[in-house]
Ligand binder design. Sequence first.
Ligand SMILES: Cc1ncc(COP(=O)(O)O)c(C=O)c1O
Length: 463
Amino acid sequence: MALDLASLYAEREAERYGLHARYLNGQMVRVLKALGYDVGFRKAQGPYLFDRNDERYLDLLSGWGVFALGRNHPGVRDALKAVLDNDLPNLVQMDVSPLAGILAERLLQRVPHLEKVFFANSGAEAVEAAIKFARAATGRPVIAHCSHAFHGLTYGALSLTADENFRRGFGPLLPDCVEVPFDDLEALDRALSSRQVAAFILEPIQGKGVNVPSDEYLTGVAALCRKHGALFVADEIQTGLGRTGRFLAVEHWGAEPDMVLLAKALSGGHVPVGAVLARGWILDKVFNRMDRAVVHGSTFSKNDLAMAAGLATLDAIETERLVENARARGERLLGAFEDMARRYELVRSVRGKGLMIGVEFGAPSSFKLKAAWTMLESMSAGIFCQMIAVPLFKHHKILTQVAGHGSHTIKLLPPLTISDSDCDWIERAFDAVIAESHRVPGAVWSLGKTLADHALRMRREPA
Ligand SMILES: Cc1ncc(COP(=O)(O)O)c(C=O)c1O
């Protein structure tokens, strides 16, 4: 008898926390319970999640950016079903995939200065490929990356990820990786002048912190890379495919990288995927002889489900005008948050483009609030953002994220499909929670104290 997945899910979904504590990562279950996120989501549609009581939540996290089309998009679902219903000859390996060819063609139509595509299974795999390709194409060893960068958690990608919280305990990492400050062309010039640098990898807008560079930075990076013979790799795994109100974020500044990395949203969130778009000569140098035709690759890359989902995603981005929607809704939300920054002393700055937005909080100036802020920061740096995120979730049914370890920035990364009424929901909720956070004593600060105590206890009792 065929597996009845729907019944299995319905019968056992309530056991999810127990199953994970027992068989997967118990610490994740502790975190969810401590923050009150253990609401048992059972259904999802578009930008909405529904919990075990059928309460509707607006998802501003979108699975870390994979659900740019919203969840369970009908176009992606139909494409996936069609692959299965048509008995396609998937992953023959001693053949080449028509769907991969068509997806490569469509991606390059959107990025016409690049000529070839390499497909992988994830963002980190795309980064690993770019490291190898840059070394092979230039014959140089060094990869330069930025401070505060995040490029993934496999060894090569982790070696380019600056955050010590991710690195600690896993060394030694890849040698010959150098860090340069973000948005600093002079420092980059110095780093590249060794002429040992194969590539400089950069997120056009950094995911951790939502850091937006100054207007001349990206074209400056391209010029410096050209001057010193290094390749410019744009990691658009988070920023690409319309997220920032352009198909690629680099388009905001007219920069043309030598490689562009995509993943996350490319498959509509259903199937892992990654892609390296590159100048033709780079991939020609890697795959340069018949006996090197498979010198880099992986078993599942170019699989038909990922490729079909990618085609359906590009289709939806165009037909639903999602790049334009991201731009318009993003402008509206940025305007609303800038207004809050003027009204609330705890909001220090608002950054972002399109639907990648960071709201940064900072030390207030008024006496009572400042004392409360300083006390809490000394107990647990960065806890303030949880004091905003938790009530947003609990009282306003909005799922957000803190933009990195110890960060004071809340990040919004919603599906690109959100409507004006979703924006009303976001603005109302943030305004209410931020207003409440200005009352000392008050519910938000009591929550902060509880969370900080909890964090201290968890650090002392790791198991
Ligand atoms: C900019 C960037 N690069 C790389 C990655 C790694 O992608 P993955 O998690 O698919 O390995 C991420 C993931 O968050 C990312 O945001």
